[in-house]
Design a protein around this ligand. Structure first.
Ligand code: SF4
Length: 326
């Protein structure tokens, strides 16, 4: 007779009965064995500019082969990708693309990196890991786009094959994580620390949702965490929410909210603070933290001018700018 299995990939630590799936919907007990049933079956495949992840200090302008399977281990009420993140494998038609073909497709498309993105790549962990290893063998770099809700041991293993990560912090509040995402805060912060300590290039994302997580005290806590634990050179992106999924009653995030958060972060000493999903003026571009020179001018995901990537140094004062530029 088949037995229940336990999954220790993420802090939910699901106990899964035969024939059932865990909280993330994609890790299933098949005859007493735990299987990630979306291995090799992405539901979304696109070539995106790296700026769309958003990563602003990693190979600017590079096309990135981006993929996702269904599933997520968080259930954010304002999820902007809920059609795939909150679906079960049987609900969404999938492609068949094993890891070696992922790397080959990225190479054929002229992409120097692959991004594991859109839904939650940590729940299709084995596929992410195998793809990342196959990409490394071909000299293709790996980008994790994630909410970071994973246990430390598997994250340390994955970090060995990652080159960059954009990690989404919902709010510096355990209560908000529990109430609006079905998770907890501290494991996410541990993931940021692990990636940073492993030498992965890390940028941090905070989707500001009106009335939910946009008050100054929460924003200031995140700024302090990034500054104190990841360093002043770590880029921080404040992005705008649009009404979606279970939060259609809330308004879009006003641009002024994002600009206020950006101003607070710059005043606190962070060097690179961006606003996204709105037309954000100075907040879309990269500036030299030393002399104020405009280094990369952007409008949305488009680069209008790049004075930095050749050297990684400010052309005016020669300050080295943190990031991966070649
Ligand atoms: S990864 Fe999925 S199955 Fe495993 S513990 Fe987390 S939610 Fe449960």
């Amino acid at each position: 007779m088949s037995q229940a299995v336990e999954c220790d990939l993420c802090p939910h630590l699901c106990r899964i009965e035969p024939g059932q799936a865990g909280e993330c919907r994609v890790r299933v007990n098949v005859n007493g064995k735990l299987l990630a049933v979306t291995w090799g079956y992405p539901v979304a495949l696109h070539v995106d500019p790296v700026e769309k992840k958003p990563l602003f200090h990693f190979l600017p302008g590079a096309p990135v082969f981006s993929l996702a399977t269904v599933g997520c281990n968080l259930h954010c009420q304002g999820c902007q990708n809920w059609e795939i993140s909150q679906s079960s494998p049987e609900d969404v038609p999938a492609y068949e693309l094993p890891p070696k073909q992922v790397a080959a497709t990225a190479a054929r498309e002229g992409c120097p990196a692959v991004a594991y993105t859109y839904a939650e790549p940590l729940v299709f962990y084995e596929y992410t890991l195998d793809c990342a290893r196959a990409c490394r063998e071909r000299g293709i770099r790996n980008i994790l786009v994630s909410a970071g809700y994973i246990n430390p041991a598997p994250m340390k293993e994955l970090a060995k094959v990652l080159d960059a990560a954009i990690l989404d912090v919902k709010a510096m509040s355990d209560e908000i994580y529990r109430r609006h995402a079905g998770g907890t805060l501290e494991p996410v912060l541990d993931t940021l620390r692990i990636a940073h300590d492993a030498g992965v290039w890390v940028e941090v994302l905070n989707l500001l949702v009106p009335t939910l997580n946009d008050d100054d005290a929460l924003v200031d806590k995140l700024i302090a965490f990034v500054h104190d634990e990841l360093g002043a050179d770590t880029p921080l992106h404040f992005t705008a929410f649009h009404p979606d999924y279970k939060l259609r009653n809330l308004p879009r995030t006003p641009t002024s909210t994002l600009l206020n958060a950006r101003r607070r972060a710059l005043d606190a000493g962070l060097h690179h603070v961006y606003v996204g999903n709105v037309s954000g003026g100075d907040g879309e571009s990269t500036w030299c933290p030393h002399c104020g020179e405009l280094l990369i001018e952007r409008a949305g995901y488009r680069i209008l001018a790049d004075h930095l990537s050749g050297t990684g140094r400010c052309p005016r004062c020669q300050q080295a700018i943190a990031g991966v530029w070649t």
